[in-house]
Design a protein around this ligand. Structure first.
Ligand SMILES: Nc1nc2c(c(=O)[nH]1)N[C@H]1C(S)=C(S)[C@@H](COP(=O)(O)OP(=O)(O)OC[C@H]3O[C@@H](n4cnc5c(=O)[nH]c(N)nc54)[C@H](O)[C@@H]3O)O[C@H]1N2
Ligand SMILES: Nc1nc2c(c(=O)[nH]1)N[C@H]1C(S)=C(S)[C@@H](COP(=O)(O)OP(=O)(O)OC[C@H]3O[C@@H](n4cnc5c(=O)[nH]c(N)nc54)[C@H](O)[C@@H]3O)O[C@H]1N2
Ligand SMILES: [Mo]
Length: 767
């Protein structure tokens, strides 16, 4: 394998080329073609074959692009276009060469886009930037760990450091990392989930006692109705389209609730089927509710009210009385609350017609088994937690939890974000976990809650947190209020990034900075006891092994487990008795401890070696047991609120294009939305454009409108006339993060409100 030079930078990333509006179908032949081409071009036939064909197979590695589960019967090509992009991006033999660091200063790197940074290729050796200097230089692994140990040991309190995790980290690395952090003395374990499905964890935790999906993969095909809310599976979970297609084949119906007519929700051409390849594919959504941003809570209350009204008309025939009596609290209060629901307020909040809501209610009432799935359109809202509680209300009314073909299903983002939480990556792990951890390793872990992602940034900004360690991810690129976040990071004494490739968080750093390059999931992980595998948990609580299949891109890389273990040995080796070297040599040792500490993981080493792995227990799903304080599920009363929009403003959401993975930008197209090139766009409906006196293709400045009068603006953005819901707009994340105030968070979960910023568009002042 010979290192290649990175693909040349495109001349001007701000150029926009638009081509013909939203596509009405997703995947199909272009899907297959688009998946394979870059892999073969960039990796060569052999490496491409070894990676793509091993993806999501029982003896291969787990795709790192999303947390979608694998079916029991795997196909030869068990991957999607975007999974193939993720693998190509990681397994590429393009390398950051040793001369790179002398050639490029940090000041220069700060002027580069995420696309450019990622395109420089894989990181190959540890590098260090001393305080006061503008360049990184190569450093030995031992020296890197001793710098970290020196700075961490100097702090007055362990709470002056924060330890971030992004959701690609394996269970083994995550378990070792949280042990290290708690042994060091803090619960400061923020993660990407704080910005993602945190609202799901809160909403479900407070109602059914567990923040995880109550369904398994097979339930999709058994459902009579699947409601997909605030989610764009065609781009972000493409293999979910196969499950939706199977559900339709079995007679189920699908409803999509979204301000945008997303391609995958309309029609799906399955590349694995003749019909998909040559025909029109399967029409996915039987009903499309084009909701106004932030209107889902009102919609759900209105549907629940219709369900209760139907029961009142025909008592004893609509609700699942048996289930409600045996397993739930709060029906009377909910009835009372919804009896006062103001239909006008609902129509205003949702932008829908009464008949559309009637139709959805009718579909819900005619279905015996209903699944509701959701993602960022629901969680990244001020009322995200309350909206999820309304999802649970609606499901509980007809006993749609804990029976085949029914349930609540948050669809997770990062491929192991759920597993990381199971392993203890959370600033608020429950006392039972903390106690078990302390008992297993004979130490007293801190019991006070730590800080989440937003609170970490606040404390870094204010000087309370002085050291930042990131196990993967790109916190300053991913979190809200980019300028505030960057100033906060620059205000730390030391920042450490454990990464596969360059991103913004390597250019915006603490006074001292380290980059520690790591193996990716595609790569063979050879340790003293032989090749290692790791394990991950998908969005429906299935845990399985992941084996790397190709040679590492560079000899000096260490695995995440090795990096965490060596860092821990350097920092807390003299304080707690943990066989850190043993962890690195044989991951079975870590799994042995996981068996003793993590509920549901008993006998982990045996269960994880079963073909296809095992499924974690889940009370609501398995036996209608609800681990809440009362042992019952809670129907809840939630005060309705919608996003207020002053005249001549729009509600802006920030979302993913088809050519990115979070802050990683693979390319500049968004095929399904008709964007051929360019990311500096804002999608607005033709009616709103006419009302605002703006034209398709015009350049505008997007000004955030805030109650405190503060100024945030995204300049020189091209307007794209697009059939989004009235009063709404959409732009791409992470660019739009500059518009989301750090203080704008979901009530309860503190998830940044990335999907609802009030904006005013002004003709651009840029030349
Ligand atoms: N290829 C690829 N795959 C990915 C990722 C990626 O970046 N690229 N990211 C991964 C991660 S970490 C995550 S969390 C998931 C994210 O998966 P998604 O949640 O699908 O991601 P977004 O692009 O944020 O899309 C949000 C969707 O919600 C809709 N929406 C916005 N506001 C509202 C609202 O108020 N109500 C309703 N009903 N809908 C609304 C938007 O129109 C859009 O369709 O994907 C994961 N998979
Ligand atoms: N405005 C707005 N903001 C958002 C969102 C939004 O929809 N809108 N979405 C939010 C969501 S859902 C999420 S999950 C966060 C994402 O936040 P993060 O998880 O922090 O961001 P990513 O872009 O996924 O991180 C990418 C980096 O991870 C590193 N990496 C990749 N693979 C590996 C690996 O195997 N090991 C290690 N150690 N490092 C690796 C690479 O260096 C890469 O540059 O962003 C959030 N921010
Ligand atoms: Mo996410």
């Amino acid at each position: 394998m010979s290192p290649k030079t990175p693909p040349a930078e495109e001349a001007d990333e701000s150029v926009v080329v638009v081509e013909g509006g939203p596509k009405s179908w997703a995947a199909g032949i272009p899907g297959v073609y688009h998946s394979m081409k870059p892999a073969f071009e960039q990796m060569g036939v052999q490496r491409a074959g070894k990676t793509l064909l091993a993806m999501n197979q029982k003896d291969g590695f787990d795709c790192m692009s999303c947390a979608w589960p694998d079916p029991d019967h795997r196909k030869t090509f068990e991957f999607c276009e975007n999974g193939a992009k993720a693998v190509t991006w990681e397994a590429t033999p393009v390398l950051v060469e040793p001369g790179f660091w002398a050639e490029h200063s940090l000041s220069e790197l700060r002027g580069k886009s995420e696309y450019w940074l990622g395109m420089q290729g894989r990181l190959t050796e540890p590098v260090y930037k001393p305080a006061g200097e503008d360049h990184y230089h190569p450093v030995g692994w031992d020296e890197a760990f001793s710098i970290i140990a020196g700075r961490l040991k100097e702090l007055e309190s362990p709470d002056q450091a924060t330890f971030y995790t992004s959701g690609r980290t394996s269970n083994e690395a995550a378990f070792a990392y949280q042990l290290f952090v708690r042994a060091y003395g803090t619960n400061n374990l923020p993660d990407c989930s704080n910005m993602c499905h945190e609202s799901s964890g809160w909403g479900m935790g407070q109602t059914i006692g567990i923040g995880k999906a109550t369904i398994s993969y097979d339930d999709f095909a058994k459902a009579d109705l699947i409601i997909v809310m605030g989610q764009n599976p065609g781009t972000n979970h493409p293999r979910m389209l196969t499950a939706l297609e199977e559900a339709k084949d079995a007679g189920g119906h699908i409803v999509a609730v979204n301000p945008l007519p997303e391609a995958g929700l309309r029609r799906y051409k399955n590349p694995q089927r003749i019909r998909g390849v040559i025909g029109h594919g399967t029409q996915i959504a039987d009903q499309f509710l084009q909701i106004r941003i932030g209107g889902d809570m009102a919609l759900l209350q209105a549907v629940s009210k219709r369900v209760l009204d139907a029961e009142a008309k025909n008592p004893g025939t609509v609700l699942d009385h048996d289930f409600l009596e045996k397993h739930c609290h709060g029906l009377e209060e909910l009835k009372e609350h919804l009896s006062q629901l103001d239909e006008e307020a609902v129509l205003l909040a949702t932008g829908l017609r009464s008949e559309e809501i009637d139709e959805l209610a009718q579909r819900y009432l005619s279905a015996e088994k209903v699944i509701i799935t959701w993602a960022m359109g629901i969680t990244q809202q001020k009322k995200g937690v309350a909206t999820i509680k309304e999802i649970i209300n609606l499901l509980l009314l007809r006993g749609n939890i804990g029976k085949p073909g029914a349930g609540a299903s948050p669809i997770r983002g990062h491929s192991n974000v759920q597993g990381d939480r199971t392993m203890g990556i959370w600033e608020q792990m429950p006392p039972a976990f903390i106690e078990a951890l302390g008992k297993e390793f004979d130490f007293e872990p801190p019991s006070e809650h730590g800080v989440d992602a937003v609170e970490s940034i606040r404390r870094m900004r204010d000087g309370g947190i002085k050291v930042f360690v990131g196990l993967g991810g790109n916190l300053v690129g991913a979190i809200s209020d980019s300028h505030v976040a960057e100033a906060a990071m620059a205000n730390t004494e030391l920042s450490v990034q454990i990464s596969t490739k360059l991103n913004r968080s390597h250019a915006v750093t603490g006074k001292e900075a380290l980059i520690l390059p790591t193996l990716g999931r595609t790569e063979i992980d050879m340790q003293e006891s032989g090749p290692q595998f790791v394990s991950v948990e998908d969005t429906v609580c299935a845990v399985h092994a992941s084996h790397g299949t190709v040679q590492p891109v560079a000899p000096k890389l260490l695995s995440e487990v090795a990096i965490v273990s060596r860092m821990a040995a350097a920092v807390v080796g003299d304080r707690v008795h943990v066989d850190w070297a043993g962890f690195e040599h044989d991951y079975d040792l870590i799994r042995e401890h996981i068996s003793h500490v993590v509920a549901g993981c008993e006998d982990y080493n045996t269960k994880i070696r079963r073909k296809g792995g095992f499924v974690l227990p889940n009370g609501p799903r398995d036996s209608r047991t609800f681990p809440t304080p009362t042992g019952k599920a809670m129907l809840t009363v939630n005060h309705l609120e919608h996003v207020e929009r002053p005249e001549r403003t729009l509600i802006l959401q920030s979302m993913r294009s088809h050519d990115q993975f979070n802050t990683t930008i693979y390319g500049h197209a968004d095929r399904y939305r008709g964007i051929k090139k360019g990311r500096d766009v804002v999608f607005v409906s033709p009616e709103d454009l006419a009302e605002l006196g703006l034209g398709d293709g015009q350049r505008v400045d997007v000004h955030g409108v805030y109650e405190d009068g503060s100024e945030r603006v995204m300049r020189n953005i091209q307007v794209v006339s697009y059939p989004t819901a009235r009063g709404c707009a959409a732009a791409y994340y992470p660019e739009a993060n500059v518009l989301v105030p750090l203080e704008s968070v979901a009530e309860g979960s503190q998830t940044p409100v990335s999907k609802a910023v009030i904006v005013r568009l002004e003709p651009s002042t840029a030349a």
